[in-house]
Design a protein around this ligand. Structure first.
Ligand SMILES: *Cc1c(COP(=O)(O)O)cnc(C)c1O
Length: 474
């Protein structure tokens, strides 16, 4: 094939339609009505530039109006898409930090809309007509649910731990077991949080064994706080020892020190009956006599991103008056969602909290749904499926090494390798996120809402059609 000569190229370029001509076309005018003229104008300029480039470099002879139109519509629609979008989480990781941790309960989302789109009594006491406190909306609920004397809510659990140490231990020493000097998600390290809070960290015990006596031996006149950290994202197994909470409470009280516990996950009820061991409920710590307990709002609690501090009234009042509290406090949307979520616990409606519902999904239900999806995907051209035994993961630094038995749909494709298949699913709208293991795509329906299953199937259909198109070209 001969490349067009320079005269021919010039005439091809002249024949390209103008921006106005393109924008006047029916389909694009309709699209402009939907997504706005601005996106369309920019897309048109961009596509025309690309077309000019291709023509002048002799890479194309003819670009039809329809082709230009389709490319403009595509480019403009992509540009108009939100950057933060819902995805289908088919990984089986319930609290996937990269996928936004806990999905909110419908009730929580509705409360956000109601409170956010109108004025509210965020800091207004309706009884007295005086200025109120934003914490008041959640403290009653946590008092009832956990027996907490007082509650504070801040931006996340990292902020809660930081604020507690900065208020209660700055200038003094904090004792932490060597087995609890943990790192969560890359940027939260207990030693760093401790030093930034202005407290000096004193390590006690060893990595695998620490006793109450190790704390006692390390206490001196600078000691302010004993910090106990829930090892939420790893397990030390074998020859291990950790003092029971009661012994630590006793050590702290005997020496007039404070005991602060970072629970991490924020389990509000005992989840052991549902197969989740080693996640101590916050109420148990409070009853044992811990002074301040902190946990996340968007891990096992299943609510919005937040850090909750519960504990002794006088201590929380001190934390509240720390000037940094103002910098770390939460907004009304978080309070609305947190209040609605905790209210579901009080109502005993755990299934209304998606993370808890997913955690408690019966194995038989998962097996039935997996068989159904496997059958339907296998009926699409190019796909083979196989249902197998597997494990879902709590995630979000909760309950490591614990298995939630599930049924996985293992999927392979005659043309695409597993990672190509995963990439195509990821670029579907809404994006579908899967696991890739040993050359197969794995789908765990535990984290896929039943209402999303039809869309999930459409994603596989779209992938199989895109291979049809490919094989048509070849
Ligand atoms: C997750 C976790 C944190 C950090 O909580 P964020 O809410 O993510 O800030 C701190 N400590 C422990 C033990 C955790 O598990």
């Amino acid at each position: 094939m001969s490349l067009p000569g320079s005269d021919e190229r010039a005439s091809l370029l002249r024949r390209l339609p103008s921006v106005d001509e393109l924008l006047g076309r029916d389909a694009l005018a309709v699209l402009a009505g939907k997504i706005g003229r601005r996106h369309l104008l920019e897309a048109t300029r961009e596509v025309l530039n690309r077309a000019r480039d291709r023509l002048s470099r002799g890479l194309a002879r003819e670009i039809s109006l329809e082709e230009l139109e389709a490319e403009i519509a595509n480019t403009a629609s992509r540009a108009a898409q939100f950057s933060l979008r819902p995805v289908i989480n088919a990984t089986g990781v319930i609290l996937h930090t990269n996928l936004g941790r806990a999905p909110l309960a419908r009730e929580a989302a509705q409360r956000i809309v109601e409170v956010a789109t109108q004025y509210s009594n965020l800091e207004y006491d309706l009884d007295t007509g005086q200025r109120g406190k934003r914490d008041s909306h959640t403290s009653q609920l946590f008092a009832r649910l956990l027996g907490a004397e007082a509650t504070l809510v801040v931006n996340n659990n990292a902020a809660a731990v930081f604020l507690a140490l900065n208020t209660l231990a700055a200038g003094g020493e904090v004792l932490v077991s060597r087995g609890e000097l943990i790192e969560i998600g890359g940027s939260f390290r207990i030693p760093d949080i401790c030093s930034r809070s202005g407290a000096k960290l004193r390590e006690v015990g060893t990595t695998n064994r620490t006793r109450a006596a190790d704390y006692t031996a390390a206490i001196n006149e600078h000691t302010r706080v004993l910090l106990r950290v829930h090892p939420s994202n790893f397990r030390i197994v074998g020859f291990t020892e950790r003092p029971p909470l009661e012994e630590l409470v006793e050590v702290a009280q005997r020496h007039g020190l404070l005991l602060v516990e970072d629970l991490g996950s924020g389990c509000l009820v005992d989840l052991e009956p549902f197969g989740l061991r080693d996640e101590p409920p916050a109420g148990v710590s409070l009853r044992a006599g811990v002074d301040v307990v902190t946990f996340s709002g968007d891990k096992l609690l299943g609510g919005p991103q937040a850090g909750v501090l519960v504990g002794k009234r006088e201590l929380l009042a001190r934390i509240r008056s720390n000037p940094l509290f103002r910098a770390l406090r939460v907004d009304k949307l978080t309070i609305a969602a947190l209040e609605a979520t905790v209210a579901l616990y009080l109502r005993g409606d755990l299934d209304a909290v998606p993370a808890l519902r997913m955690l408690r999904l019966p194995y038989e239900t998962l097996a039935r749904r997996a068989e159904e999806l496997a059958r339907r995907v296998a009926a699409l051209p190019g796909f083979s499926t196989h249902v197998e035994e597997g494990e879902s993961v709590m995630g979000g630094g909760s309950t490591p090494g614990q298995c939630l038995p599930t049924r996985l749909v293992a999927i392979t494709h005659s043309t695409f390798g597993a990672s190509q298949l995963a990439a195509r699913l990821r670029t579907y709208n809404p994006p579908v996120i899967v696991r890739v293991e040993r050359g197969r795509v794995l789908v765990d329906l535990r984290t896929v809402f039943e209402a999303q299953e039809a869309e999930l199937l459409r994603a596989f259909e779209t992938v199989s059609q895109s291979t049809d198109a490919l094989s048509g070209v070849v």
